[in-house]
Design a protein around this ligand. Structure first.
Ligand code: HEC
Length: 112
């Protein structure tokens, strides 16, 4: 019960600029070092809503083999447990906190 209320609150917050700003800070600390579009990780510009593994990048067969797009739910599942979402993925970093995932996803949507 409490959990579902929290999930709704987190989702409605996902559109808030303050949340995206928090997400930007988390992104700079936890993600940016790899996600500059270099050999360490694909660029995440426009990733929200994009087809999974569709950038110029040498993806793992695991991620390349996923169909679908980066919906909020898919981003959330991937960031929560990358190896569960795409067993064999080369992204090892996870974000255990539901709140932090919501903030990061809100920020990813601003990367256009
Ligand atoms: C140590 C380097 C590294 C860090 C840190 C990292 N990633 Fe990744 N990320 C990768 C790699 C490598 C891939 C491609 C994985 C594959 O091909 O299996 C990836 C893939 C992704 C994708 C899918 C991109 C696509 O084009 O389909 C998303 C979304 C993503 N990462 C988000 C994040 C977020 C958000 C963070 C911070 C919480 C983060 N990553 C931190 C290396 C990293």
């Amino acid at each position: 019960m409490f959990r579902s209320i929290f999930a709704v609150a987190a989702l409605s917050l996902a559109a808030s600029p303050a949340l995206a700003a928090d997400g930007g800070q988390l992104f700079n600390m936890q993600c940016k070092m790899c996600h500059t579009g270099g050999p360490m990780g694909p660029s995440l510009t426009g990733v929200a809503g994009a087809k999974i593994a569709s950038k110029e990048f040498n993806y793992s067969p695991a991620l390349k083999g996923k169909s679908g797009t980066w919906t909020d739910a898919n981003l959330d599942a991937f960031l929560k447990a990358p190896a569960q979402f795409a067993p064999g993925t080369r992204m090892m970093v996870s974000v255990p906190s539901e709140e932090n995932r919501a903030a990061i996803i809100a920020y990813l949507k601003t990367l256009k």
